[in-house]
Design a protein. Structure first.
Length: 591
């Protein structure tokens, strides 16, 4: 535990005044130890004496607390923003973790010690990075007028508006108004959804990522100011990583537009009299070459990178017997979804202490983390481990197979044939892929037959007919339209009409253009496959091997036919509505 940390949940204060004095005493003691080289006992005596000396001016304007906070970001947050960061009887705030104190220590180096001008904070989702860094820091900088103009850039304009709204609320806390006066003045200052001009002649302005900030400045009463601080807070979304062009645009936006909005340091007689614009990038990487990871490799940025846990997460879940047993319950095809959830949770509760692993904050629940890892590993690695370096690894870590006999024992509710045809049969062309899939009464999807082959047009159409005859319960055929523009569907329907057995069957065709990004589509089956909720026929070796090799369109062997077809089947079969029919018996047939 960090020596600075106070476990407020173990302290009982009789009043707010007592808690305030305790916080002040604690940080004064730490200050004397650090800056005056005093022992713990000597520092405690000095802290007590100065509190007694300034007893009537501890928390008021220009008081002891203001003086201490002017060069101590951590103390400012713990005392002046205590309604956000301190657990009290009237809130549900958690104790802070080492992580948050380390963040404030890093901000101290940037804004007080002026050790560097650019920093990136790569942190897990849910770690309170926006509040701990963006909002708290903005309050500190503007209370003390250390920034005349702060520019905050969020993902969307709605995020920017929410930021301004929150910072405004923080600045109206009693602790801040008592010490710094009324900073928010709607009558005489610019205060709206995206701008917060304070009564001390400073401005906080927030923009969405899509908005241009070129040439932005703040016209104050005593001059025009370029941004002192520029913070980019989780600006990426999925559209920024879909293509190489999108990734490049995001990077160029920063280097060619946002970075140019800053200013250089000012020196006189070799003495720095004005710091350069400080740039902070807060985020979670979404791809190996996304904007966040590009900044990470920029030598001008100091990187602060933390994961939700420091254990080898893959090794842990592969070798911990308790979690192996838990996963088996989740994969048990003999149970329905509700039974699997109930039994797996009961198993976790029964073995609670043996299924805990270290996390960076008490907020992170091991069961919730484990379920996300086991069902959505890619998202878990990106959002919580902040790791995209392994994006080029195989997407499918575990593929569950059964024999034809085992699969066919199940009762199937709905069955579909999905086809991804190829237009050519050259060595470099894609395969034509066929997947016969059925959802059983246990909610699992069985790929009863998976085929990849290089077939010319007529042979491919004949293969569809062959599969329709082999699997008489196929009610829907889904064929990608991009390749043959519907000509293949017309041909197959003609062949069906000529076949005496097939012509009497009710078969519905789904033939639509595919415009969705393939990686995005295939990502929908990563978790169900890895979790064993999509089960394959062990005889379809070539089909399965191609799925095993898939590592995204940017990586691997370039073939996505099997995985793309299974993904298309998975999406479409779940949209099929099953109907119950009442059979009417002709009584005449009994005689």
């Amino acid at each position: 535990m960090n020596n600075n940390m106070i476990d407020f949940t173990k302290l009982n204060f009789t009043s707010d005044k007592q808690r305030d004095k305790y916080i002040l005493y604690h940080y004064l003691t730490l200050n004397y130890i650090k800056n005056n080289n005093l022992t713990q006992q000597e520092a405690e005596v000095s802290a007590t004496n100065i509190i007694l000396k300034y007893k009537d001016n501890l928390f008021t304007k220009n008081g002891l607390a203001v003086n201490l906070a002017s060069n101590n970001i951590e103390f400012f947050c713990i005392y002046f923003l205590q309604d956000i960061f301190v657990p009290k009887s009237n809130n549900t705030t958690r104790n802070l973790a080492n992580l948050h104190y380390e963040i404030w220590e890093e901000l101290q180096k940037i804004f007080i010690d002026d050790t560097h001008d650019m920093a990136e904070f790569i942190l897990p989702r849910g770690s309170s990075k926006s509040t701990t860094i963006n909002k708290a820091l903005s309050c500190y900088l503007h209370c003390f007028k250390k920034s005349r103009y702060s520019l905050i850039i969020g993902k969307r304009s709605e995020d920017a508006e929410a930021f301004v709204s929150d910072v405004r609320k923080f600045l109206e806390f009693d602790t801040i108004q008592k010490a710094f006066g009324t900073l928010v003045n709607k009558k005489d200052r610019t205060v709206n959804k995206q701008e917060l001009e304070l009564d001390n002649d400073t401005m906080i302005r927030a923009y969405g990522w899509e908005t241009s900030v070129r040439g932005t400045s703040y016209s104050a009463r005593d001059g025009i100011f370029r941004p002192t601080v520029i913070i980019l807070d989780d600006v990426l979304n999925e559209n920024d990583i879909k293509t190489d062009g999108a990734k490049e645009r995001a990077v160029n936006k920063f280097y060619k537009e946002i970075k140019e909005s800053g200013d250089e340091s000012v020196y006189r007689n070799n003495v720095k009299i004005k710091m350069a614009t400080k740039f902070l990038v807060l985020g979670t990487p979404l791809a190996t070459d996304c904007f966040v990871n590009t900044i990470r490799k920029d030598v001008n940025f100091k990187v602060f990178h933390r994961r939700v846990t420091n254990i080898d997460i893959d090794d842990y879940f592969e070798n911990n017997q308790y979690w192996i047993n838990y996963k088996k319950i989740m994969m048990d095809t003999k149970l329905n979804e509700e039974e699997r959830e109930q039994l797996s949770r009961q198993y976790y509760n029964d073995n609670y202490s043996d299924m805990q692993f270290p996390t960076i904050w008490e907020k992170y629940n091991c069961l919730s983390l484990a379920k996300k890892y086991l069902t959505k590993r890619t998202a878990f690695m990106q959002e919580l481990m902040c790791d995209c370096e392994n994006v080029g690894e195989k997407w499918f870590k575990s593929i569950r197979t059964q024999s034809t006999e085992e699969i066919e024992e199940h009762t199937f509710i709905k069955t579909m044939l999905c086809v991804d045809p190829a237009s050519t049969t050259t060595n470099r062309s894609d395969y034509s892929a066929f997947a016969v899939g059925s959802i059983a009464d246990n909610d699992f999807l069985y790929i009863r037959k998976g085929i990849i082959d290089k077939l010319e047009f007529n042979a491919y159409c004949e293969k569809v007919i062959e599969l329709l005859k082999q699997y008489e319960d196929i009610t829907h055929v889904c064929i990608e339209k991009n390749t043959f523009q519907g000509a293949d569907v017309k041909k197959i329907q003609e062949l069906i009409a000529k076949d005496k057995d097939l012509s009497s069957r009710r078969i519905e065709f789904i033939n639509k253009m595919q415009r969705r990004n393939k990686d995005e589509k295939i990502s929908t089956i990563v978790s169900p496959v890895n979790l064993g909720q999509i089960i394959f026929n062990e005889n379809d070796v070539e089909f399965i091997e191609q799925i095993k090799e898939f590592a995204g369109q940017r990586y691997g062997n370039g073939h996505d036919d099997s995985s793309d077809t299974v993904a298309e089947l998975y999406i479409n079969i779940n949209e099929i509505q099953t109907n119950s029919y009442i059979s009417v018996l002709d009584i005449k047939k009994l005689f």
